[in-house]
Design a protein around this ligand. Structure first.
Ligand code: HEM
Length: 238
């Protein structure tokens, strides 16, 4: 559980952080600036600096905000609870729902998309984590309570370190169009045309969810970007 829960979730958040940053160059620039300020502009010594003084990880507000905002938009899991005769759920209008004999799914995606707690919920805005407080319980990618994720602090550290080690060295961008073209070429199909899947269904090659090509699909333990996130990684000039 420790290995699977700890590996798959963190991986998918890192991929989505790269994705969102590729779509928001101004946020990427701010993130790089923060790392330049804290670790110095010479990326080859940044890891050594971190080893000397790991406390600096507590002093990366923008990095933390990028990670939290990524987890808000693309929470990798949901939480499941066994209902009970003694527990009822109530909606805003006072209607009560028994839970006995049911499983209750706590959908993080829905909670994180609530415009009352997260104004303009579809927008990627790391600043919302810096300037204002957050309604209690409105952000719960690790769930809350007695069974919440025991690896959440490790996850935040891993993600900060991974971003610090990569974000100034590589440019990472999605290449779904190229991926489509490559697949079509291999299958001798015309790019952009609907095609018939092996299940006999007609499918649009450029399918999107909410305008997002890298939408989340179930894969292994956590939700991952569609088709494993075809992307190009370019080494930046140092
Ligand atoms: C971004 C990264 C991660 C996310 C979003 C995440 C999310 C979650 C969630 C939602 C749960 C279920 C909590 C519940 O039902 O109340 C959970 C459980 C758990 N997570 Fe994580 N997790 C992450 C990283 C990690 C890491 C790095 C580790 C270990 C090193 C880990 C170990 C576990 C374990 C052992 C449980 C089961 C806890 C229990 O049943 O009491 N997770 N995680």
């Amino acid at each position: 559980m420790l290995l699977v829960a700890g590996y798959d979730t963190t991986t998918t958040i890192l991929v989505y952080a790269y994705h969102l940053l590729s779509k928001h160059p101004e946020a990427l620039e701010k993130l790089r600036e923060e790392h330049n300020t804290i670790f110095g502009s010479d990326t080859s010594v940044a890891a050594a600096r971190l080893r000397e003084d790991s406390k600096v990880l507590n002093n990366l507000p923008y990095t933390q905000a990028v990670i939290k905002e990524t987890m808000r938009i693309f929470p990798p899991v949901a939480a499941l609870r066994a209902g009970s005769q003694s527990v009822e759920l109530a909606d805003l209008y006072g209607t009560r729902y028994p839970t006995g004999g049911c499983y209750v799914v706590n959908s993080h995606h829905s909670i994180h998309s609530n415009p009352h707690s997260h104004p303009d919920p579809d927008a990627f805005k790391p600043e919302r984590w810096i300037d204002s407080g957050m309604e209690r319980g409105a952000w719960r990618p690790f769930e809350r309570g007695a069974r919440s994720c025991i690896g959440q602090d490790v996850a935040m550290i891993q993600l900060k370190v991974a971003l610090m080690c990569t974000i100034r060295t590589f440019k990472i961008e999605p290449v779904y169009e190229e991926w489509d073209a490559m697949k079509a070429k291999n299958a001798k199909l015309e790019v952009g045309k609907a095609y018939i899947t092996s299940m006999g269904r007609q499918k649009d090659r450029k399918e999107q969810v909410g305008g997002e090509r890298a939408y989340q699909v179930e894969c292994g333990g956590a939700a991952h970007a569609k088709e494993g996130y075809p992307c190009r990684v370019t080494l930046l000039q140092q």
